[in-house]
Design a protein around this ligand. Structure first.
Ligand code: ASP
Ligand code: MG
Length: 406
C-alpha cells in the first residue's frame, strides 16, 4: 500500500465528463489499496476568464483581491471532483489551500510556499478518505488567501508530496512527457524516460511549458521524484528525478531554443575597475534580468561588452546602455533583437569532452554563425540569428544522436 499524490491540470478537469474520468483514475489507485491525495487546477480557461473579468473593471485590480478571486477556480474544481467521487460511493473530502496547511509569504499573485502543515490531510488519509486539495493557493501569516503564480498547482503538488512524505508524485498534463526538443519544430524529438532535476531546470524553456519551474526547484530541494504523464492515456511519461551523471547517461539529453532574448553590445569601454559594475548595476536597478555576459579581452586598454536581456526589456535596456555608455566613454552601443539562443543540456557532459566542438561543428555545417557562447557544467548555449533557430535545433538534435528511429 502506498501514498500517492496525483495532480491534474486544467484540461484534465475541463468539464464534468473529464472530471468523471479523473475520478475513475483515482478510484483505480484507491481500490488497489493506496491512499490518494489529489491536487487540482482550475477547469481549463477559468483562471484566464477570471483575470479578464477583473481587468474589465480596472486595468490594475488590487492584488489581494485578485488572489481571492483566482482561488475560486480551484475551489470549484476540487468540490466538483469530491462530489463526483462521493456520488460514486467513495469517501472524499476537499480542502482549500489554507485548510491543507499551505502557508506562503504575502507576495500576492506570486507567493512562495514557506511551510505545509498537512495535519488535516494526514488525518483524512488515516481514515481512508480520498483527499482533494485545491492547488495554486495558500494563505499568508495573517490568513490572507494567496496564489502561487500561473501553473502553480504543480508546485502545490510537490510541496504537499514532500510534506506528507508521499511514495510518488504524479503530474497529469496535456502532453505525455518531456521531449528531447520541442516536437512542434523537431519531428524527430523523442519522449525521455527520465531526466534529472538539474537538466530540467536548465531546460526551463522546454520544461516550463509542462511544469511550473518552481515545482522542479522544490522537487530537487526535497528530492521528490515527479512522474509527468498524460491525463488522456495510461502510458508511462517522464520521470523527473535525481539522476547522477554516469557512463550510462547520454552526453546530451535535450536541445532547447529560446527566442525571447535580445543582445546588446557596448563598444570600446575603458578596461578599468568599476565599468562592468556601473553598467550592470544600472540594468539591475531597472529590474532587468541579464542572461549571458561576454567581455572581450582588452586591446589598447579597451573592451567590448555584450550581454543578453529578455526581449520585452530590450528597449529599456538599450536606453540604459546608451546613457551609461556615454558616461563611461563607450564608442557605440549596438542592439540586436532578432537573435535566438540554442542550448544542449546533459548531465553526461560532466564526464565527456568534445561536446562544445561537436555543437559548433553541427552549427557550422549548416552555415550558422555563432555570436555568443556560454556554458555551465551541464549546458552549452549559443546565440545565433533568430531565423536559424529551428534549423539549429534539428541539426543539433541529429548531431547528438537524439533523433527517434524511423
Ligand atoms: N489555475 C492556475 C493557472 O491557470 C494554476 C494552475 O493551473 O496550475 O495558472
Ligand atoms: Mg499544471
Amino acid at each position: 500500500m502506498g501514498l500517492i499524490v496525483k495532480e491534474f491540470g486544467g484540461t484534465a478537469v475541463g468539464d464534468l465528463d473529464r472530471i468523471r474520468n479523473v475520478a475513475n483514475r483515482i478510484v483505480k489507485t484507491y481500490t488497489a489499496g493506496n491512499n490518494v491525495v489529489v491536487i487540482l487546477s482550475a477547469m481549463a480557461g477559468i483562471t484566464d476568464g477570471l483575470i479578464d473579468m477583473a481587468h474589465k473593471i480596472t486595468p490594475s485590480p488590487d492584488k489581494r483581491e485578485m488572489d481571492v478571486l483566482l482561488a475560486t477556480g480551484e475551489q470549484t474544481s476540487a468540490a466538483l471532483l469530491s462530489i463526483t467521487l462521493m456520488s460514486m460511493g467513495y469517501p472524499a473530502s476537499s480542502l482549500l489551500g489554507h485548510q491543507a496547511g499551505v502557508m506562503t509569504n504575502c507576495a500576492f499573485g506570486d507567493a512562495r510556499i514557506v511551510d505545509v502543515g498537512a495535519s488535516r490531510i494526514k488525518e483524512y488519509i488515516n481514515n481512508r478518505r480520498i483527499v482533494i486539495v485545491a492547488g495554486f493557493q495558500g494563505c499568508d501569516e495573517e490568513g490572507n488567501i494567496t496564489t502561487l503564480g500561473r501553473g502553480g498547482s504543480d508546485t502545490s503538488a510537490v510541496a504537499i508530496a514532500a510534506a506528507i512524505d508521499a511514495d510518488s508524485c504524479e503530474i497529469y498534463t496535456d502532453v505525455d512527457g518531456i521531449y528531447t526538443a520541442d516536437p512542434n519544430i523537431c519531428e524527430k524529438a523523442r519522449k525521455m524516460n527520465k531526466v534529472s532535476f538539474d537538466e530540467m531546470l536548465e531546460m526551463a524553456s522546454l520544461g516550463a511549458k509542462v511544469l511550473q519551474i518552481r515545482s522542479v526547484e522544490l522537487a530537487k530541494k526535497y528530492n521528490v521524484p515527479i512522474h509527468v504523464r498524460s491525463s488522456f492515456n495510461e502510458e508511462e511519461g517522464t520521470m523527473v528525478m535525481d539522476v547522477d551523471s554516469d557512463m550510462e547517461s547520454p552526453v546530451v539529453s535535450g536541445v532547447t531554443h529560446n527566442k525571447n532574448e535580445a543582445r546588446i553590445t557596448i563598444k570600446t569601454v575603458p578596461d578599468q575597475p568599476g565599468i562592468a559594475s556601473k553598467i550592470f548595476s544600472a540594468i539591475a536597478e531597472a529590474g532587468i534580468l541579464v542572461d549571458m555576459i561576454i567581455q572581450s579581452s582588452p586591446t589598447d586598454n579597451l573592451n567590448d561588452l555584450s550581454f543578453t536581456v529578455p526581449k520585452k526589456d530590450f528597449k529599456e535596456a538599450m536606453k540604459i546602455g546608451k546613457r551609461v555608455g556615454s558616461e563611461i566613454g563607450a564608442k557605440d552601443v549596438l542592439g540586436e533583437d532578432s537573435v535566438a539562443k540554442v542550448s544542449v543540456t546533459g548531465v553526461g557532459m560532466k564526464s565527456h569532452h568534445g561536446v562544445a566542438a561537436k555543437m559548433f561543428t553541427a552549427l557550422a555545417n549548416e552555415n550558422i554563425n555563432i555570436s555568443m557562447i556560454s556554458t555551465s557544467e551541464i549546458r552549452i548555449s549559443c546565440v545565433i540569428e533568430e531565423k536559424y533557430a529551428e534549423l539549429a535545433v534539428r541539426a543539433l538534435h541529429s548531431a547528438f544522436g537524439l533523433d527517434k528511429e524511423e
